[in-house]
Write a protein that binds this ligand. Structure first.
Ligand SMILES: NC(=O)c1ccc[n+]([C@@H]2O[C@H](COP(=O)([O-])OP(=O)(O)OC[C@H]3O[C@@H](n4cnc5c(N)ncnc54)[C@H](O)[C@@H]3O)[C@@H](O)[C@H]2O)c1
Length: 282
């Protein structure tokens, strides 16, 4: 089996490539720049250019594409560039896959799509924990690009029947990031708008592989987040202090339970985070 992974010189992509390699998949990593550690096959290409995407897919003939390339926050470039690059790379991947017969794609959306993380005008979520049914209310070009990416997946699914799922990732952490957790935990206010969520890059790789190994997922969006928060204060206490106006709490949120409920991914393709910060931080 062959998978093309985009964004393999970034934070998430290399770990996705490694997960598939470890399970004997042939991997082609694609990025604007070379990877720092080349433990998979890779090629430099600009996937904002549809011709290059067609060329890559026509030659490599992957069974699936995992699309992680993006500008991962609204301040990463001018607003129109963030929107254009994120939406057009997603569109190009999906169009080339649709036309060249690749029937499985995973794309990266974000918890930012709810509009709360990069809000201009503050608002409360309608309820917690967030599930995938909560409305997406973007106030910035990055969040809008993620919402548009999800809608693009849905369009190609309707058009061709292809499986094109979106991962609404929580805040991404690499193994090295655990060294900063004490600092993060000292300032809960700072991570309030991401609801103290996190997901280890290795678990994103695992989720991506499980999703492409599963049939019938359609164009669903899935939270991919650890089941706990980053914090040492219980979730109910955090919410009482930092989100006092959110009254509709739909699960017990006992202990350190996450506010980014990932039950749907577990139910539909067996994904559950394996790497939790307490395993790595004293
Ligand atoms: N980092 C997070 O906390 C986080 C949280 C939620 C969602 N996400 C999403 O996860 C995905 C991966 O994020 P990341 O943190 O690895 O980002 P990153 O910036 O570390 O990596 C993205 C990679 O994409 C590449 N890229 C950008 N434009 C390209 C193009 N036109 N052609 C080819 N390659 C291109 C970049 O060179 C970079 O190596 C993104 O879609 C991001 O929006 C990230």
């Amino acid at each position: 089996m062959k998978v093309m992974v985009t964004g393999t010189s970034g934070k998430v992509g290399p770990w996705v490539a490694r997960e598939f390699r470890a399970q004997q998949w042939d991997v082609l990593g694609v990025d604007l720049k070379p990877p720092t550690q080349a433990d998979f096959d890779w090629i430099v290409a600009d996937i904002e250019d549809l011709g290059q995407v067609y060329g890559l897919i026509a030659r490599f003939r992957p069974d699936a594409v995992v699309h992680m390339a993006a500008i991962p926050w609204p301040g990463g470039a001018a607003p129109d560039k963030v929107f254009r690059l994120n939406t057009m790379t997603t569109y190009n991947i999906l169009q080339a896959c649709a036309d060249l017969g690749v029937s499985k794609v995973v794309t990266a959306s974000s918890e930012s799509a709810y509009g709360i993380v990069f809000h201009r005008h503050f608002f409360n979520p309608f309820y917690l924990p967030l599930d995938e049914e909560h409305p997406l209310l973007p106030q910035d070009p990055y969040a809008l690009s993620k919402q548009t990416g999800e809608m693009t997946c849905a369009m190609f699914h309707r058009q061709t029947g292809m499986q094109a799922v979106s991962f609404r990732l929580g805040n991404v952490v690499t193994p090295d990031d655990y060294a900063n957790f004490h600092q993060i935990q000292a300032d809960p206010e700072d991570q309030k708008t991401i609801f103290w969520s996190y997901i280890d890059v290795r678990d994103i790789g695992l989720a991506a592989r499980l999703a492409v190994e599963t049939d019938g997922l359609g164009a669903e969006a899935f939270h991919i987040a650890a089941p706990d928060t980053k914090m040492t204060i219980p979730t109910r206490e955090l919410l009482a202090k930092y989100w006092p106006d959110v009254k509709d709490l739909r699960t017990p949120l006992e202990g350190y339970a996450t506010c980014l409920n990932s039950d749907k991914a577990e139910r539909m393709f067996g994904s559950r985070a394996q790497h939790l910060w307490r395993q790595y931080v004293r």
